[in-house]
Design a protein. Sequence first.
Length: 129
Amino acid sequence: MVRLVIPTEDGNGLDARLSQHFGRAPYFVVVEIQGDKVASVQAVPNQSEHFGGYGLPPDLILQLRPDAVITFGMGPRAISRFQEAGVAVYRAQSETVKEVVEAYLQGKLEELTEGCGKSRHGEECQKHQ
């Protein structure tokens, strides 16, 4: 089983729209894939310090035990944290979780190895595509 975590603007499962900002995404949608099919989908609220909780978004996500994170972009420290934990990071190229998962299953996603230079990732990271 493969577990993907995707930052989103809402908790609408496979129909959720991806967030432009990794750390400030209101939700993280967790998609478990068995073979080439979606086995389960769960929306987890972002309870990191960005939303009045504790810890940084990468630490919250690592508690979800992902194999990969799919996002439009993130900062270099977050990418390093995931790399140290053995979690792959892929660049999203679609607007919904369903589209991103389909691209992942088809092997169409590019691995993200460098972070965005600015703290507001969405617009800046789009330039890297």
